[in-house]
Design a protein. Structure first.
Length: 412
């Protein structure tokens, strides 16, 4: 499995976002308001609450169920004003079909019979606005805590290439898709190959905003800025692509992305990184804070020699354990590829995962701009990446953390 002009990558975050010291995931919200004129004011209120990602604003009850089914929705906020009878039947049907979604009603009225009818329709609570706006914020904060990942901080997974063209982008993109599928949550995917990255292309996404819009001298990053910049793919992967033009890459480096990664780690349970470029001298700033660092190698002499040099550099510093996990891509193929066992012996390092040589399926998916889960769900390559995603999630969905500082001297 391989795509053209791919570089390896890995990056990571620290801790910190907006909205005070509250740590938690993003809550994906749909607003349901039959009064379109009032809906604008309610949208503004929700967008001002930290941790809210407003997915859609609906005025037609017929659209509610379809919207929930096609999107990863955590919360539906529905206004009962001015006609609750136009709202409650649609919520009743949606709440019965999706018991994992919370439904919250808002109203300007404090009417006991209205509250009772709303609760019977499937609403978990009714909040009176504007008097109880604090309670609305508390409800969302509670949801953030329930949906947050590893202690409120997502895990960074870097995908570093031993040589160009070994398949890093292919691995990174498909790994992000599988992590989103298995966790049932949105996953961030960041392209750190600033000049020639193909993450957006491999998901057939047009680059509207890029990492250049978020990172750079004097730029302040917070959750709301990031929410507007990410490109959401239907698989649940939220992409931050490489810059559109070459000149936009000036001044960008791995170290400069750490603030962005810090915010992403608050917003998503997993942040998968394609990059940074191996020649970036600031790559350490990213690698050192990742939970997983994956070194992709193909059973080819050029890739194997580079991989051995990288692993050898680490060995000189007497690292404890294995800071880089080796992934062998296009394993078992012909065309005079190295034997996997010989490759492992040559590297002096165990291979965590072998991704079979399934070039027919992989190349078709790349050319169509679709992940394997969509284009070739039964392919052997996809099966292996699914297994890799399970290893990263760990027993019970808990990922394995590395000791901090394992890579702190890699590029000294």
């Amino acid at each position: 499995m391989m795509s053209e002009n791919e570089n390896g990558g890995g990056v990571a975050p620290g801790s910190g976002a907006t909205g005070g010291s509250m740590e938690g995931a993003v809550v994906r919200v749909v607003l349901f308001d039959a009064d379109e004129a009032a809906g604008g004011k309610m949208r503004g209120l929700l967008e001002d609450i930290a941790g809210v990602r407003l997915l859609d604003s609906l005025s037609d009850g017929a659209e509610l169920l379809a919207t929930i089914e096609k999107s990863s929705v955590d919360l539906v906020v529905a206004s009962l004003d001015p006609a609750p009878d136009a709202i409650m039947p649609a919520v009743s049907a949606a709440s019965k079909a999706h018991d994992n979604v919370k439904f919250l009603a808002v109203s300007s009225k404090d009417d006991a019979s209205l509250i009772k009818a709303a609760m019977r329709s499937g609403f978990g609570d009714v909040v009176k606005l504007p008097e109880e706006v604090d309670r609305l914020e508390e409800e969302i904060a509670g949801l953030r805590k329930l949906t947050e990942g590893d202690g409120g901080l997502g895990r960074i997974v870097t995908v570093l290439g031993s040589a160009g063209g070994v398949g890093c982008t292919t691995v990174a993109v498909n790994l992000a898709v599988e992590l989103a599928e298995k966790s049932g949550r949105e996953v961030a995917l960041v392209d750190l190959n600033f000049q020639f990255g193909h993450v957006a292309m491999m998901l057939d996404l047009d680059i509207q905003h890029s990492i250049a819009d978020l990172c750079g001298e004097g730029k302040t990053i917070d959750e709301r800025v990031v929410q507007k910049a990410v490109i959401a793919h239907k698989t649940g992967v939220c992409v931050i692509p490489r810059p559109r033009e070459f000149e936009e890459t000036e001044g960008l480096n791995a170290a400069g992305t750490v603030q962005l990664l810090t915010v992403l780690r608050k917003m998503y349970p997993y942040v998968v990184l394609d990059g940074p470029n191996r020649s970036d001298p600031t790559a350490l700033a990213v690698l050192d804070i990742a939970a997983w660092n994956l070194l992709v190698v193909q059973p080819l002499v050029t890739a194997a020699r580079n991989a051995k040099r990288i692993l050898g550099a680490l060995a000189k510093y007497e690292f404890k354990g294995q800071p880089l996990q080796v992934i062998c891509n296009r394993a078992g193929g012909g065309l005079s590829h190295l034997n996997t066992q010989r490759l492992e012996k040559s590297l002096g390092s165990p291979i965590l995962m072998c991704i079979p040589d399934d070039w027919t399926s992989v190349s078709a998916a790349i050319n169509l701009g679709e992940p394997l889960a969509m284009n070739a769900p039964k392919s052997k390559a996809r099966d292996a990446i699914c297994d890799l995603a399970e290893q990263i999630r760990g027993p019970g969905g808990d990922g394995v953390k590395k000791d901090s500082g394992l890579l702190s001297r890699l590029f000294k």
